[in-house]
Design a protein around this ligand. Sequence first.
Ligand code: NDP
Length: 610
Amino acid sequence: MTEFSDVLVETLGAIDFDPLALKEKYLFERDKRVRTDANEQYIEVTGDFSSYVDDPYQQAPEREPVFDHVDVAIIGGGFGGLLMGGRLSEAGFNDVRVIEKGGDFGGTWYWNRYPGAMCDVESYCYLPMLEELDYIPKHKYSFAPEIMEHSKNIARHYNLYEKALLSTGVTAVTWDDAHDHWIIETDKGDRFTARAVAMANGPLNRPKLPAIEGINDYQGHTFHTSRWDYDYTGGSNAGSLDGLKDKRVGIIGTGATAVQCVPHLGASAKELFVFQRTPSSIDVRNNRETPQEFVDSLEPGWQYRRMENFNKLVTGAEQDEDLVNDGWTDIFRNLTGIAAKTAAKKLGRRLTPQERAELMEMSDYRKMETIRTRAQEIVDDPKIAESLKPYYRQFCKRPCFHDEYLPTFNRPNVHLVDTEGKGIEQFTETGLIANGEHYELDCIIFATGFEVGTSYTRRSGYDVVGRDGQKLSDKWENGLRTVHGLQTEGFPNAFFMGFTQGAITVNVPQTLNEQAVHVAYILDKVRDADGSVIEATVEGEQAWVDEMDAKARMGAKFRAECTPGYYNNEGVAENPNGFFSASYGAGPVKFFEILNDWREAGDLEGCDVR
Ligand code: NDP
């Protein structure tokens, strides 16, 4: 035993698994799933498939098109657009228009109404602007209807309904050089102008379907989870899907969405077939009502402090206390720098890079062993339990947390169809084929996720034409180029929110908030300088692209060894639009610090004002 092995055992406890065998098993499972078609395995929901993105919740009201001018246009009425509208309003910008495809505010929470939908980051951190609205969520993890209601309340609070265009999709955004403003066109015939435009389209907003033979042949009922058809299933977010009591239902996919809706489908359908390609990691949820003592203990500024505490813990920084104390912080406590710091303290020196990597790998095996043991303990049939065990490292796929998903497989009417990485093979008129067997189904639900890694303009559904007629789709064809992920040269007064060279956080609304605060600051500074136009400079953009490149290699080897999924471009090494390629490698804590320092410097470095 080396000095380090002793510390390893001391830090992690006795190891009751064979790490080499596990590594081999992980690579074996990965190799079964690697495919060269990556994103091409999915169909874009256009043409024959465009009905999959129709709004099933409400009819777009008839209205006259608008041809006016606003100061700022915000594309997207989800959390990004709401935060942007709110922060702009606080900075005194009131001539603001939100354009939103959905029939109301809420974004992902407008669309994703499937039974069981809930946030899986603690609601006290996740729901934006709780203190501003003086609201405390009812549960530690809120259910979708409450989150949507909160979204509407934010819009009311900041008067965003007044000028909003709902049920409206933007079709073109074009810079008018002669007048220094944007022209925004929509699918409702609107053509209005705006001095500035903020794009808050959302990172996972475009549903995708598997490009499998015969998908058009199936004659039964189908829908995607992000457009749940309650007219067919009956029931609500709380379940009781009475329309399914005499139905044989199939659900394709076992990601974070399926994990939340499968328990309700299992409870309601006559027969449920869950078609699994790769199992998710299902950790403890432990949801609970918000205790009154917690509410009474909150002091002004509590939400920001809580978000900061959570964000720091989930990026590996040490904190005196863990305010959220849930599955996320538990994972990160063990799988990030926090574990390395504990080991270094015991060792009395810093870990070598190799020791650090070994510690992380061993902690990961250990954590995933607890996840696999959980499946084994909960699921009665050992064969089904084995199928539900994930054999990959924790962050190869998005961790899931649920207490009812695994027990659902003990129901006699619920059948797991484990395709062992192959997926479904073919659709027929009456069902589908998997593992060579035909399954007759009344209804097929696609829980197959959302486009990630396709181009920004394909996902947003419109192109942006900047100064001198330059198209954003051309400019970003070989990868994003921005200042801080927010602005790009050639596109004056345009701001991009979300994952466009910013930092990815577990608690996404925190990033959106930082971005909104930053854009409100920029527009305020431009106003103070008696200017009306701000644009990223070539040098400013290059400096951020260089910083992105310098930090980009972090995690690349890790992801290359992962089972395919949207975190690693479906197993394809290079994709300039990939989920992590477009994110700042040094992480959110550093990223927020950079934005904050930039604001404090006050000189709008990397941008020109005119
Ligand atoms: P995912 O992309 O995570 O999952 C898609 C699923 O479809 C995977 O299980 C995939 O398998 C499977 N699949 C794809 N093609 C086939 C095929 N041909 N045959 C069989 N299975 C197939 O989408 P989700 O909608 O589940 O989640 C997307 C993201 O949305 C999450 O990662 C999370 O970020 C977010 N989300 C957040 C929630 C919250 O609470 N805040 C709740 C739900 C979602 P494979 O793994 O093999 O690719």
